[in-house]
Ligand binder design. Structure first.
Ligand code: GLN
Length: 486
C-alpha cells in the first residue's frame, strides 16, 4: 500500500482499521530515507533500529486499543532536543559526542504518544542561523531544488518533512526558525504561544524567546501534533499552567466574519513581488470565505530585527557560558592551566556565527552599554508587544508574508551576516511578543520554490489561528511536495 503520500491522519485511519501496521509505516520511511538522505542530508543521527522497536510497541498499543491520535506515526527531532543516550549535538563541535542522561519533556511526550523516532535532524549551530550553513556537519539541501538552502535554523526538520522522509518533525523557533524553513520547504510550521510547550531539556539559545513546535505537511496534522506537545510541565518555570484544548477540534469552523488584520509595515520595498502577490491571493481567498480584511498598523515593526538581535544575542551570551569544557562540551587538550583550557575549549568548540553572537551579546550587556543597548531593546520589545495588543483589540488574526524572499542559494548570504539576519524581518515580532504564529504554503514562485504565508494570533489563540489556516489551506489547495525522483 502507498504510504509516503498519505497524511498522518489518513495513516491513523488505516492503522485503526488494521489495514497497515506502524511497522509498515516505519519500514516505508526507512526506505525513503535510505534513497534520498544522501542528497538531502536532513539528519545528523538516524535511530532506525530503535524506530522499528518503537513501531512494534505502537502496534501493541493499537492491538490493545490503548493508542492515541498519533500512535504509530513516525517523527524526527531537531538535534537540540535532549534524547536519552542518543547524541544531541546542536550541530556543534562543542557537543559532538554529547549523550544526554535524560529526555527533554517534548521527547518524553512523543514517546508516550507512541510515535517512533527516526532520528535527529540537522540545524544551524546552536540554532543560530537561517540556512543550516552554520551546522558543524554540513548543510541540508532544499528538497525542492538542491542548489538552495532549506532555511534555518530547523532546516533539517523542515527538509525531512518536505522530502517525505518523515510525516512529522519538531523544531524550535527563537526568531523564526520553524516558520522560515517551513516557508522555504512548502510545509506547515507552528511557533506556539511562549510557555505553551515545555522547553525542558531543549538546549537554550535565547530563553525568553525559544519555543518548540511542530512541522507537518498540512494544518490538521500539525494541529494533532501540537495537541501532543502542549502540556503543562512542572519541570519548567515558564510553562503555562492549565489545560490545553484538543486543537483538532478547532478545525473546520466557519470563518465568516473573521477579522483578518493586514499590517502595512510588512509590505516593505524589499518584499519579493511574487510573495506579495501570493499573500494578496491568500487574503482574497479568506475574503471569499466571508472574512473581513482590515488594514492595521504595527508601528514598531521596523525596530523588531534590531531589538531581536540585541535580546537574542544577550541571552545567547549568557546561555553559552555553560560550555566551558568542564561541565559540558568539548575540552581542549594540552593546555597547562584552567584559564587557557576555558579559552581554547571555547575557541575550538564554537563556530564563527556562535562566536559572533556571544561577542555581540556580551557587548550589549557590558557596563556602560547595558542601558544604551540591552535595556533600550527591552523597552522597544514592550512597544512591539503593545502594538499587537492594540491590533488584536480590532482583529482576530493577522496575515503577512513569512519571509521577504523565497529560498536562496548556498553561499549567497553566509558571508554577510546582516543580509542573513534580514531573512528574519517578518518572524521575530511573534517571539518578542510571545504570541503564536504559523507559516503555511501559499503557492510556488516562477522558479518552483515554495512561498509561505504567516498567520499571527493573540496569546493562546492557537485555535483561531489553526482554524483560519485550515480554511485557507482548503481554499488555496495543496502545492504538493517535491518528487526527488529516486
Ligand atoms: N534566524 C534567526 C537567528 O539566526 C532565528 C533563529 C531561531 O529561531 N533559532 O537568530
Amino acid at each position: 500500500m502507498e504510504i509516503l503520500n498519505r497524511s498522518a491522519l489518513e495513516l491513523r485511519d488505516l492503522l485503526d482499521k488494521r489495514e497497515i501496521s506502524s511497522r509498515d509505516i516505519v519500514e516505508a520511511y526507512i526506505k525513503r530515507i535510505e534513497a534520498v538522505e544522501p542528497r538531502v542530508n536532513s539528519f545528523v543521527t538516524l535511530t532506525l533500529e530503535e524506530a522499528l522497536k518503537d513501531a512494534d510497541r505502537a502496534d501493541e498499543m493499537i492491538k490493545n486499543n490503548t493508542q492515541t491520535v498519533l500512535t504509530g506515526i513516525p517523527i524526527a527531532l531537531k538535534d537540540n532536543m535532549s534524547t536519552y543516550h542518543v547524541k544531541t549535538t546542536c550541530c556543534s563541535k562543542m557537543l559532538e559526542n554529547y549523550l544526554p542522561p535524560f529526555d527533554a519533556t517534548v521527547v518524553k511526550l512523543v514517546k508516550e504518544a507512541g510515535m517512533p523516532i527516526l532520528g535527529k535532524t540537522n540545524m544551524d549551530e546552536f540554532a543560530m542561523g537561517s540556512s543550516t550553513e552554520t551546522s558543524y556537519f554540513g548543510p541540508t539541501k532544499n528538497p525542492w531544488n538542491l542548489d538552495y538552502v532549506p532555511g534555518g535554523s530547523s532546516g533539517g526538520s523542515a527538509a525531512s518533512v518536505a522530502a517525505r522522509e518523515t510525516p512529522f518533525s519538531l523544531g524550535s523557533d527563537t526568531g523564526g526558525s520553524i516558520r522560515q524553513p517551513a516557508a522555504f520547504n512548502g510545509i506547515v510550521g507552528i511557533k506556539p504561544t511562549y510557555g505553551l510547550v515545555s522547553r525542558y531539556g531543549v538546549l537554550p539559545f535565547a530563553s525568553s524567546l525559544d519555543q518548540v513546535g511542530p512541522f507537518a505537511r498540512n494544518v490538521a496534522d500539525s494541529a494533532a501534533l501540537l495537541s501532543v506537545l502542549a502540556k503543562h510541565d512542572s519541570l519548567e518555570t515558564t510553562s503555562l499552567k492549565g489545560p490545553r484544548p484538543d486543537y483538532l477540534n478547532a478545525l473546520g469552523r466557519d470563518i465568516k466574519g473573521l477579522k483578518v488584520g493586514v499590517p502595512k509595515e510588512f509590505f516593505i520595498d524589499g518584499l519579493n513581488k511574487e510573495i506579495e502577490a501570493a499573500v494578496k491571493k491568500a487574503l482574497d481567498a479568506l475574503k471569499a470565505l466571508g472574512a473581513e480584511i482590515i488594514d492595521i498598523c504595527l508601528p514598531h515593526s521596523d525596530k523588531a530585527l534590531a531589538t531581536y538581535y540585541l535580546v537574542a544575542t544577550a541571552e545567547c551570551s549568557s546561555n553559552m557560558a555553560r560550555f566551558d569544557g568542564v561541565r559540558f562540551g568539548h575540552r581542549s587538550e594540552n593546555v597547562k592551566d584552567s584559564v587557557t583550557m576555558f579559552k581554547h575549549s571555547r575557541a575550538e568548540g564554537f563556530g564563527p556565527e556562535v562566536k559572533r553572537r556571544i561577542m555581540l551579546g556580551t557587548y550589549a550587556l557590558s557596563a556602560g552599554y547595558y542601558d544604551a543597548y540591552y535595556l533600550k531593546a527591552l523597552k522597544v520589545r514592550r512597544l512591539i508587544k503593545e502594538d499587537f495588543d492594540q491590533a488584536f483589540s480590532q482583529v482576530d488574526v493577522i496575515v503577512t508574508p513569512t519571509t521577504p524572499s523565497t529560498a536562496f542559494k548556498f553561499g549567497e548570504k553566509v558571508q554577510d551576516p546582516v543580509s542573513m539576519y534580514l531573512s528574519d524581518v517578518f518572524t521575530t515580532t511573534a517571539n518578542l511578543a510571545g504570541i503564536p504564529a504559523l507559516s503555511m504554503p501559499a503557492g510556488l514562485s516562477s522558479n518552483n520554490l515554495p512561498i509561505g504565508v504567516q498567520i499571527f494570533a493573540p496569546r493562546l489563540g492557537e485555535e483561531i489561528m489553526l482554524n483560519a489556516a485550515f480554511a485557507l489551506e482548503k481554499a488555496l489547495g495543496s502545492i504538493g511536495l517535491p518528487t526527488l525522483e529516486v
